[in-house]
Design a protein around this ligand. Sequence first.
Ligand code: SF4
Ligand code: MG
Length: 330
Amino acid sequence: EPLLSLQELVKHYPAGKGKLVHSVDGVSLSVRKGEVLGLVGESGCGKSTLARTVLRAVDATDGHIVFDGEDITGVKGKRLKELRRSMQFVFQDPYGAFDPKMTLGTSLEAPLRHHGMRDRDQRRERMLEMLDRVGLEEAILERRPSECSGGQLQRMVIARALLLKPRFLICDEPTSALDASIRAQILNLLVELKEQLDLTLVLISHDLRVVRYLCDRVAVMYLGKIVEVAPRDELFTNPRHPYTRVLLAASLAEQAGAEGNAMVSRLRGEPPSPIDVPSGCRFHPRCPIAQDICSSVVPEVARPGDDHTVSCHFWDRIDELSIPSPTDGK
Ligand code: SF4
Ligand code: MG
């Protein structure tokens, strides 16, 4: 049962000279109640813009966002404010998340005031409850951001996101600004909280190890479009899109410290600009197995499995076209 359903969602920005940045370019995707959905892809592929559009930080250009059965694409005013309690964002950079001049207590209290919790004791109680959940002491409320570690600040960011008791969280690279030593702690905390508080999570990450560790399903995004969605194990063992295979191979090579992995070098060049989107399959200029049809015909969504979708003309011939699955034999 989906908590969130995106239907052909589009977010374009003007790029001057009558051109458009196709940041999000027709995304249809569901997030089921209680799941952790991973959203992966290279930086600049539109992951963060998709998140901001879904959370109504920016208005969609076209398409629909349905949250818990309600079309929220155009809601405004009071209803939008109510919605903001249910849907929260955990940002990437804990160091820039709080006003450096204020104590963390003052910063943490602001959303409670803003959402009409007038009673001081009640606000205090809610703040302490959330500090406890994220493993922080009350004394941190008297400190300023500069007096805290990155790990403490990221816990604060999570506490703030939970303050209004949301049902849905989007975490955008929640650990990428942190030391490796505390990344696992923060990720484990997110999983615990998700269980305890019955949350539904979208985890945006370029780190496939994180995604493999935490997510129930994974969606792969390329240049404003979702190109493959599958349950975690299915995606990692039987990826059907060439781009997914290249990402997985790159991640394995990185883990092994290997250089010159044949797969990685087969991905040609940088991602193309979202202003001049390639015709046909937009991955074709970089695709190691592109055929003639790929530059002119947009691939339809195919279903390699019950819960597995992919947009590639050759998803069922990918093995014979010789991009072996990078996790074969593991
Ligand atoms: Fe590659 Fe063609 Fe598949 Fe696109 S449709 S991913 S270019 S093989
Ligand atoms: Mg981003």
